[in-house]
Design a protein around this ligand. Structure first.
Ligand SMILES: Nc1ncnc2c1ncn2[C@@H]1O[C@H](COP(=O)(O)OP(=O)(O)OP(=O)(O)O)[C@@H](O)[C@H]1O
Length: 229
């Protein structure tokens, strides 16, 4: 579903992503794990097209989207839940979700969205800025889902979220995977969260992939070591 080959990304002269190759099939949840500053956000921004890549190719469902604008990539089926959520604080919950619907041409918010996130239905008239961090995270996921993505990217969804809500977010991502034919890619530092959702875990270090495990065969001690060095 998502095919990435030899992806390189630089800030000015400084290369931060050094030629990554990976493929994520339909119905797989992949976690890309790494410490602060290892390149997770840079990778995700280049996948969604906020940052240009300097080399390599990105394809979604066989369509080459390298160097196309973000909105084109969203039309081709990739959606992004950014680090820090980035919801629109002065728009209501409902209006925030509706901003995602231009692409999918939905007329109204589908029932399954509110079924996944009942709290958003209760709060649909409230301003996004008045929601808690966990509720904003749910809102950002709902806004991404109404674009009907084939590939859903979430950049550190547990950051700043309290542990009980982290469990809810894991449950929601597992539910989404059951409900839709979708590829989920999450960047994370919290291993208990990725163990609850991921089929595969890759460790990124200074812009290179240095370790990969299927969840069922995961070497947690080694991954913890990579995350704590
Ligand atoms: N706008 C920028 N200009 C120059 N260098 C940057 C910029 N943004 C990030 N970097 C550098 O790129 C590298 C990767 O940063 P990135 O934010 O992608 O890491 P990360 O793994 O997402 O970390 P975090 O969890 O802290 O967000 C770091 O060395 C960082 O200092």
């Amino acid at each position: 579903m998502l095919d990435v080959s030899n992806l390189k990304v630089s800030y000015g002269q400084s290369e931060v992503i050094h030629g990554l190759d990976f493929t994520v099939p339909k119905n797989e949840t992949l976690a890309i794990m790494g410490r602060n500053g290892m390149g997770k956000t840079t990778l995700f921004k280049s996948l969604i097209g906020i940052l240009d890549s300097t080399d390599g190719q990105i394809s979604i469902d066989g369509i080459n989207v390298t160097n196309t604008d973000s909105y084109k990539r969203v039309e081709n089926g990739i959606a992004y839940v950014p680090q820090g959520r980035m919801i629109f604080p002065s728009l209501t919950v409902q209006e925030n979700i509706e901003t995602g619907m231009e692409v999918s041409k939905l007329k109204r918010i589908p029932d399954d969205i509110y079924a996944l996130f009942p709290v958003l239905q209760d709060m649909r008239k409230r301003k996004g800025g008045n929601l808690s961090g966990g509720q904003q995270q749910q809102l950002a996921i709902a806004r991404a889902l109404v674009t009907n993505p084939k590939v859903l990217l979430l950049d550190e969804p547990t950051e700043g979220i309290q542990p009980s809500i982290i469990k809810d977010i894991a449950n929601v991502l597992n539910e989404i995977k059951k409900m839709r034919d979708i590829t989920i890619i999450v960047s994370e530092q919290v291993l208990s969260f990725t163990m609850a959702i991921a089929d595969r875990i890759i460790v990124i270090d200074k812009g290179n992939f240095i370790h990969e495990d299927l969840r069922d065969e995961v070497n947690t001690e080694q991954i913890k070591k990579y995350l704590s060095v």
